[in-house]
Design a protein around this ligand. Structure first.
Ligand SMILES: [Zn+2]
Length: 111
């Protein structure tokens, strides 16, 4: 279950930023084209944050929809899957520009 190590990474990052302060909330961006399951992150967070400064913190997951830039017609296109095709011309030569995110956007700590 790779969500466990991803969640550990998120928690370590937050602890680093928080110093010794308690983390009240965190916003995590997860791209829809990635293989990460948000529900699994939520589940792991609950377990991994126990007895840390993140215990009880409010985790908000922000889904980032997939987008790509078509190399054929040069237009931006929404992508529903990793190897999706261009909505405009049907080409498969699409470079992904969004949807693979996995990052902490914001954390809120106690003063
Ligand atoms: Zn196209």
């Amino acid at each position: 279950m790779h969500e466990m190590s991803i969640t550990q990474g998120i928690i370590e990052l937050c602890l680093e930023h928080a110093g010794s302060r308690r983390v009240r909330s965190l916003d995590v961006e997860i791209g829809e084209l990635g293989s990460v399951v948000p529900e699994a992150i939520e589940f792991c967070f609950e377990a991994c944050s126990r007895e840390t400064l993140l215990e009880g913190a409010l985790l908000t997951i922000i889904r980032i929809p997939g987008r790509g830039l078509c190399q054929e017609c040069g237009k931006e296109t929404p992508l529903a899957e990793l190897y999706g095709s261009c909505e405009q011309c049907g080409s498969n030569r699409v470079v992904i520009t969004a949807g693979e995110e996995l990052r902490v956007r914001e954390i809120e700590v106690d003063d």
